[in-house]
Design a protein around this ligand. Structure first.
Ligand SMILES: [Zn+2]
Ligand SMILES: [Zn+2]
Length: 380
């Protein structure tokens, strides 16, 4: 990795950061006719949603992209992903950085929001730069059976990654997406994708995939805001006679009624991956993203047995420093008590349900901070 991030990333970054990009149309052109069907958030009144963008925010983000010294930026630790060991697990996930995850479930390999390139933007080399190492290269992945996409923002849906997967040896995976996004896959990747409305399910083998609501938005440019549906995913699998559930929230702000609804409709959740980053400035980001305090509340509303934080430390999209979510989460969990909400190193394999050795990799935020500090002392 270079000492500084890409010099031209800053100017483009202001248009590309997911939660920020989406706010642009509402701020600039209220009278523009949207050319297609749009989706809305049902849990919050429309007048209480939608980010309001300030020019100063864009300038700050651009400046950070241009001037950042990557070697001095604290980020989460990365360990090599042991694909062979993961293949033996009945139901396990590995965080790949930001919102990307690899899942092993009943013999299937599943990717969630695979952004596995060096920048999160529409053009290679432009946009927010990756600050962490990938625990596995795209070329090192096993044959992927299913790809779950939460929504179309650039930090969750990456064209080069998807094209690579569509051309993998042995045929493309099944792409599961929100309603309306299938046409992007047909146009850009020349591959079929299966659209889902909220609460819709599909079964592959014995594994059930369900698309669930999120409080967010979508759009890859100013003319297609909210024209495709956003959401989270619940993956359900039977292990040794008992049903286990993994919940991935995608991008969402905190709405208690929504998490309670998911809990009521889905049932007990064994492991949840909840976003904790890109939350500053709060006046802007609270409409799109949770902060660590929100995420712990969501964990409690869901009644999840265990949760871990994602969407942090990899691409800096908010004003907070990349490692700030870990520190804030440590403060929140200390104040609220309980050790069921933790963090994992990038690349570590985490079982969905406890009872096996891999589960111990869920760390208290303070333990991950200590691991990161010792990691930083090694030469990169
Ligand atoms: Zn987003
Ligand atoms: Zn995001």
């Amino acid at each position: 990795m270079t000492r500084r991030s890409l010099p031209f990333a800053g100017g483009a970054a202001v248009w590309l950061c997911s939660g920020l990009l989406v706010a642009y149309p509402t701020a600039l052109n209220d009278t523009e006719q949207l050319p297609m069907q749009t989706f809305t958030n049902p849990y919050v009144l429309p007048e209480d949603t939608g980010a309001r963008v300030s020019a100063s925010y864009f300038l700050r983000r651009a400046w950070v992209q241009i001037t950042r010294d990557v070697s001095r930026t604290e980020v989460p630790p990365t360990v090599p992903l042991d694909i062979e060991a993961m293949a033996e697990r009945p139901f396990a996930v590995a965080w790949l950085g930001h919102a990307a995850m690899l899942m092993r479930v009943n013999g299937l390999w599943v990717l969630l929001d695979p952004v596995l390139t060096s920048t999160a933007g529409p053009v290679a080399g432009f946009g927010p730069a990756r600050l962490t190492s990938l625990p596995v290269a795209l070329e090192g992945l096993p044959h992927i059976d299913v790809v779950l996409t939460s929504h179309d923002h650039y930090d969750h849906l990456d064209l080069p990654s998807v094209r690579h997967l569509a051309r993998q040896e042995g045929g493309p995976p099944r792409f599961f997406v929100g309603q309306g996004l299938q046409s992007w896959f047909e146009d850009q990747v020349q591959v079929q994708a299966q659209p889902f409305g909220w609460w819709q399910t599909a079964t592959v083998g014995t594994v059930t995939f369900r698309f669930v609501p999120a409080q967010h938005s979508s759009g890859r440019g100013p003319r297609n805001r909210n024209s495709t549906l956003w959401g989270g995913w619940v993956v359900e699998n039977e292990v040794a006679g008992s049903l286990q559930r993994f919940y991935f929230a995608g991008d969402t702000s905190y709405v208690q009624a929504m998490f309670q609804d998911i809990r009521q409709r889905i049932g007990p959740i064994d492991l949840a991956a909840l976003p904790i980053g890109a939350y500053q400035p709060r006046a802007l980001m609270r409409f799109e993203h949770m902060d660590p305090d929100d995420a712990v509340r969501a964990h409690e509303d869901l009644g999840a047995a265990r949760s871990f934080g994602v969407h942090w430390g990899t691409f800096q999209l908010g004003d907070e420093e990349p490692f700030a979510p870990a520190r804030d989460l440590a403060t929140v969990t200390k104040r609220r008590g309980g050790d069921q909400f933790g963090l994992v190193p990038i690349g570590a394999v985490l079982d969905v349900a406890p009872g096996s050795g891999a589960s111990s990799i869920l760390l208290a935020p303070s333990a991950l901070m200590a691991a990161s500090a010792s990691d930083a002392q090694r030469p990169r």
